[in-house]
Design a protein around this ligand. Structure first.
Ligand code: B12
Ligand code: SF4
Ligand code: SF4
Length: 392
């Protein structure tokens, strides 16, 4: 007997396709150039991975990252009363790099995503505008929720399922033509739309990002241990950076791009044309480290207002700069550190300046550390100075 015929696939109503095309066109017209669509089904299969991730302590230091929040972030119904589709959007930010100036000044490095306007604000504004225009074009009210980089939605999982990109072993979503230089957002809608398929791509046998990560933070493919990641330590970490991490920080003062810079896909990434990501000045890409450890609150706000760097706060950025000054043998570094140890108003910065001076062999450093050991008003700074003197 002949095998029964497969039932004919359900035809997609033209109105569904037309609506989906309209969604894509509207997104592009609203400054969201990369768009893909997926269903609003929960991402339940990720629950064991996320539970294990939290239980293993890999997100220690991110207090909001609890198992409960992680489980909620797997279900779009947590944030939307009747979700039907998710529009996954990406903003490419790989704008031309001005390059580190060769002006004899010791400089730090800011991660590419943080050099221009804060993408959270840009994405939210564009996603809001998209919903407004889409609603006008469709002639109907749309109930939507728009999120980016929150604990309320697994951004990368949405992008991967929608086929916007695919998971690299560096845990970033790699988007064809842009590598991973794309920030992600989602618009959860009560509209039925035609869904895209995941991309059939993977890293193959490549392990470059894992091998090149300076701290070994990519503990397994697709798995980042925040406790080792420089991005965590330079941005999220509010206290002292662990001593064993400090030498590995190099000249990064906000974020880290090493696992993306070293990815072969990045070599073929198109330059992004979006002016919002262009650094306003050299301080937004390669800041003078001496200036960072001296800057006033006002100068900090003036330079970094409206950019992601503001998140680190002045004391966090100055702390990172002190560490970077300890990691360079530049002849101006010691003078900046001596000044910071003697005069910085933030004990956290003085503490890191003490550590950094342990890596500068001059006699002035010894004298300054001795002074700090005996006279600094903060016990932690005195202890760090004592440690620095012992290890010199
Ligand atoms: C917490 C967080 C961090 C933490 C921890 C990062 C981490 N990977 O866990 C820290 C501070 C270290 C960090 C650093 C960075 N971050 Co961050 N971060 C987040 C945040 C808020 C949550 C990420 C998260 O849930 N992590 C937990 C892990 C378990 O989830 P996941 O990353 O989605 O991992 C998935 C894979 O592991 C996959 N998976 C698991 N097993 C397997 C097995 C196989 C075979 C496969 C294929 C997949 C797979 O499933 C997981 C669940 O989706 C997201 C925004 C968001 N809400 O999603 C931004 C986000 C991930 N960050 C982003 C960026 C840009 C960065 C930095 C590049 C910034 C920088 N230059 O310094 C670095 C990159 C570090 C790195 N290599 O991941 C972007 C990434 C964009 C992209 N194209 O991927 C996001 C999506 C923000 C955004 N909306 O654009 N980040
Ligand atoms: S961001 Fe830097 S420290 Fe973090 S995993 Fe990537 S290379 Fe490692
Ligand atoms: S460096 Fe290699 S392993 Fe890492 S994300 Fe890129 S292709 Fe994948």
């Amino acid at each position: 007997m002949d095998a029964p015929l497969d039932p004919a696939p359900t035809p997609i109503a033209p109105s569904l396709l037309q609506r989906t095309t309209l969604v894509r066109e509207t997104a592009r017209a609203c400054g969201l150039p990369i768009v893909a669509i997926t269903s609003a089904e929960p991402f339940r299969h990720l629950a064991p991975f996320l539970q294990e991730h939290v239980a293993a302590g890999r997100v220690e230091g991110l207090p909001w990252f609890t198992v409960q929040r992680a489980m909620e972030s797997l279900d779009p119904a947590t944030i939307h009363p009747g979700p039907r589709s998710i529009v996954s959007v990406g903003l490419p930010y790989h704008v031309p790099d001005p390059g580190m100036p060769e002006d004899g000044v010791p400089r730090g490095r800011i991660a590419r995503y943080a050099r221009g306007d804060d993408y959270h604000r840009v994405l939210r504004q564009r996603m809001d505008h998209f919903v407004e225009i889409l609603s006008e074009r469709l002639g109907q009210e749309i109930v939507s929720r728009r999120v980016t980089d929150t604990a309320r939605m697994v951004d990368r999982a949405v992008a991967a399922r929608a086929g916007l990109g695919w998971y690299g072993k560096n845990a970033c979503v790699i988007v064809p033509g842009h590598s991973s230089w794309v920030v992600l957002g989602e618009i959860v809608l009560d509209l039925e739309l035609a869904h895209d398929l995941p991309l059939a791509m993977d890293c193959g046998r490549c392990t470059i990002c894992i091998d090149r990560c300076p701290t070994g933070a990519i503990t397994a493919p697709y798995t980042i241990d925040s406790r080792r990641c420089l991005s965590f330590h330079t941005i999220e970490q509010r206290g002292a950076i662990p001593r064993e991490i400090r030498p590995l920080l190099g000249d990064w003062v906000f974020g880290c791009d090493i696992c993306q810079d070293t990815c072969p896909w990045s070599g073929a990434a198109r330059e992004a044309a979006d002016p919002v990501f262009t650094p306003r000045s050299v301080a937004n890409a390669y800041p003078d480290l001496g200036w960072l450890v001296r800057m006033s609150e006002e100068e900090f706000r003036e330079a970094y207002r409206g950019t992601p760097v503001i998140r680190a706060k002045r004391r966090g950025l100055a702390r990172n700069a002190a560490v970077a000054l300890g990691n360079t043998q530049h002849d101006q570094a010691e003078a900046s550190l001596l000044h910071a140890l003697a005069h910085h108003d933030e004990p956290l910065v003085r503490l890191h300046a003490a550590w950094a001076l342990s890596r500068h062999p001059g006699r002035s450093a010894s004298a300054a550390l001795e002074r700090a050991r005996t006279t600094d008003p903060e016990p932690d700074v005195r202890d760090e100075a004592a440690w620095a003197l012992e290890t010199r």
